[in-house]
Design a protein around this ligand. Structure first.
Ligand code: F6R
Length: 260
């Protein structure tokens, strides 16, 4: 299995269970970010009303930096773009620097011309949790669904906050974070005690309904999980990202160190 995984570095398409999964291996983080920014730019050029699904975390920061550069230097226009973020911590203040709301403004929204009313993030403090989840699903549907979904992956295989489990939610849901995720994400907080214990997150159904999916993976810490996903040829709710292998238009853009 590992042999198959190692050999794919030279190819850009991997046939898994009859499905064609596109794999692009880039030398480093900068070239990975550049590659995906070009993909986003091309999609925006084809469709100025694109509905983008956006992720937070360390991995997409380079992508957002490059999109900001493209906006400033090349006039890449976000004025008709609609975006939906994957997730947000429950209970966190919007202005808290660890909130995903703050992150998106800091790294992207404040530096491009996307309209405030077109940039959606799940609410951190809804009065009715179930209703907030339904409303987010309805909003996505109301905008015609996601055209291009950007994803990162957790070391445990989570996508958005869909944690490994016996079953996974289809729609937007409230998720109890696993101890692993709380620990990994504590780097964004002053102490582990400050990490919220739950989040509101798009479900697997929302993600799989996107017309096109691009997952960015960088860093040796993601090597074990990517090895499992790409070489075991299995789909399991215990590795939520493995479900992406069933999608008809998914591209994994990874850096070389993920192959080590
Ligand atoms: C963030 C998200 C998460 C991250 C994942 C990887 O919106 O949905 O699933 O993509 O935890 O995070 P990083 O990029 O920090 O390794």
């Amino acid at each position: 299995m590992v042999i198959l995984y190692r050999s794919i570095g030279n190819r850009d398409r991997l046939i898994l269970g009859g499905n064609r999964v596109k794999l692009i291996v880039k030398k480093d983080y900068e070239s990975m970010s550049q590659e995906v920014a070009n993909m986003v730019k091309n999609e925006i050029k084809k469709n100025p009303n694109l509905v983008l699904g956006l992720a937070t975390g360390s991995t997409p920061k380079g992508l957002y930096k490059e999109l900001v550069r493209m906006h400033r230097e090349e006039g890449l226009d976000f004025s008709n773009i609609i975006s939906f973020n994957l997730d947000e911590y429950i209970g966190i203040k919007e202005k808290d620097p660890s909130s995903y709301n703050y992150y998106m403004r800091e790294y992207l929204f404040d530096h491009i011309n996307i309209k405030d009313e077109n940039a959606f993030i799940p609410p951190a403090k809804p009065t009715d949790l179930d209703r907030a989840c339904e409303e987010y699903d309805d909003l996505i549907k109301g905008k015609g669904g996601i055209d291009l979904q950007i994803l990162g992956v957790g070391e445990n295989g989570h996508i958005a906050f869909n944690e490994p489990d016996k079953s996974l939610n289809l729609g937007t849901s409230i998720i109890e974070l696993t101890e692993d995720t709380i620990e990994v994400n504590s780097r964004f907080f002053e102490s582990i005690d400050e990490v919220p214990r739950s989040a509101i997150s798009m479900g697997i159904g929302n993600i799989m309904s996107a017309k096109k999916i691009v997952m960015l993976v960088s860093g040796g810490n993601k090597a074990p999980i990517m090895k499992k996903i790409l070489s075991e040829k299995k789909v399991s709710t215990e590795i939520p990202a493995s479900i992406l292998l069933l999608h008809q238009d998914v591209t994994f853009i990874i850096t070389e160190d993920v192959l080590n």
